[in-house]
Design a protein around this ligand. Structure first.
Ligand code: NAD
Length: 359
């Protein structure tokens, strides 16, 4: 198929976990004769150091020309004091925005082998499999006007603008309904329509869209209740669709239901299914360089890439099964370790997945 992938390791543990994901890409490339082509570049702090900006336009051009982008993570104390416009995280916001990656898919799946890692009781989370679909390029994170202004009384006031156009709501809604169709045909739209007009519109658009998907059951929930229900009875959900800010918060809650942020992949897709794939976690500066980071979230992000952008579901299934096998074998990185299992470092975990893939 000869697909082109841009690899952006990023900062902190990014390069360490990406090295393991690349091992896995090489293994499946070999096994399935995929003819993958990779090109590596920088994003975040690494790009600031190399290009002076967190995302160079040449890097963006490469990403646009590729079939998919696989990213590690960005950020770290080295760049924390920089002006907010050239902070590493701006590179991430920019790539999502410039590539039109409006649909962020964050599965929260609890591997049965890790049921004890969750802070909730195993019976509440065992078998958990939720997909949170978060709108990624609009809402209050991008709305204008924004800033901090000086009031007449000399006091400073911070302000942001929460906006969504109908077309933005419709396209994320459609993305979520399509996902729900491939799962258990249940979708919960999360809003705050008792208080915020923008989400009154959100709810209206979702209701209108539901008429096109009569086979999918649509329910609505206020975000405060959704936060509560996620920790009370998370298995009531299948697909959750919500805006950028609510999705940011709820998907981190979803992440913690599963016990370790080191296990969670994500995909951010454009209108045509081209995407950026990255682990949910950040650059973990506290453990960077120690060889102990969990590479499985990045490896599972690569699996999502095969499923959603490279049209290779069988390869995705194979990688996910290999991860399951490695957990069955008892291998655990430090973040998911429990007594009685075998603690391994980043590269041993990557090697174990490659071994489990066979080939
Ligand atoms: P973080 O996700 O980097 O770390 C939170 C905790 O989880 C830390 O204790 C860390 O050691 C642990 N952890 C994270 N990933 C792990 C892994 N793969 N294996 C084992 N343990 C893991 O979040 P943070 O500490 O709030 O942020 C650190 C930096 O990352 C900041 O600069 C932040 O802006 C950035 N960040 C980037 C992204 C991204 O690139 N998408 C996301 C979140 C935070």
């Amino acid at each position: 198929m000869s697909k082109k992938i841009v690899i952006l390791p990023g900062d902190g543990i990014g390069p360490e976990i990406m090295q393991e994901a690349v091992k896995v890409l090489n293994a499946v490339d070999n096994k399935y004769k995929l003819g993958l082509k990779y090109e590596e570049d920088c994003i975040g702090g690494a790009a600031i150091d190399k290009y002076g900006v967190p995302l160079a336009s040449s890097t963006l051009d490469k990403c646009r020309a590729a079939d998919a982008v696989l990213m590690g993570s960005v950020g770290g104390p080295k760049w924390d004091a920089l002006d907010s416009n050239i902070r590493p995280e701006k590179g991430l916001l920019k790539i999502r925005y410039e590539m039109g990656l409006f649909s962020n898919l964050r599965p929260a799946i609890l591997y049965p082998q890790l049921a004890d890692a969750s802070s909730l009781r195993p019976e509440v989370v065992a078998g958990l499999d939720i997909l949170i679909v978060r709108e990624l390029t609009g809402g209050i994170y991008f709305g204008e006007p924004r800033g901090i202004r000086l009031l007449e009384n000399g006091e400073r006031q911070g302000y942001n603008t929460y906006v969504y156009a109908e077309s933005e709501i419709e396209r994320i809604g459609r993305s979520a309904f399509e996902m729900a169709r491939k799962r258990s045909k249940k979708i919960c739209s999360v809003d705050k329509s008792n208080v915020l007009e923008v989400t009154v519109l959100w709810r209206e658009v979702m209701q209108a869209l539901a008429k096109e998907y009569p086979d999918v059951e649509l329910t609505h929930m206020y975000v405060d209740n959704a936060a509560m229900q996620l920790v009370r009875q998370p298995k009531q959900f299948d697909v959750i669709v919500t805006g950028n800010m609510f999705g940011d918060i709820l998907s981190d809650t979803g992440a913690m239901l599963t016990g370790s942020i080191g296990m969670l992949p994500s995909a951010s897709l454009d209108q045509n299914g081209k995407g950026l794939y990255e682990p949910v976690h950040g650059s973990a500066p506290d453990i960077a360089g120690q060889g102990i980071a969990n590479p499985l979230a990045t490896i599972l992000s690569a699996a999502m890439m095969f499923r959603y952008s490279l049209d290779q579901s069988a390869v995705a299934d194979d990688i996910e099964a290999a991860v399951g096998k490695v957990l069955d074998q008892g291998y655990r990185s430090a973040d998911i370790y429990s007594p009685g299992t075998t603690k391994v470092g980043t590269s041993q975990m990557g090697d174990a997945v490659v071994e489990a893939l066979g080939g």
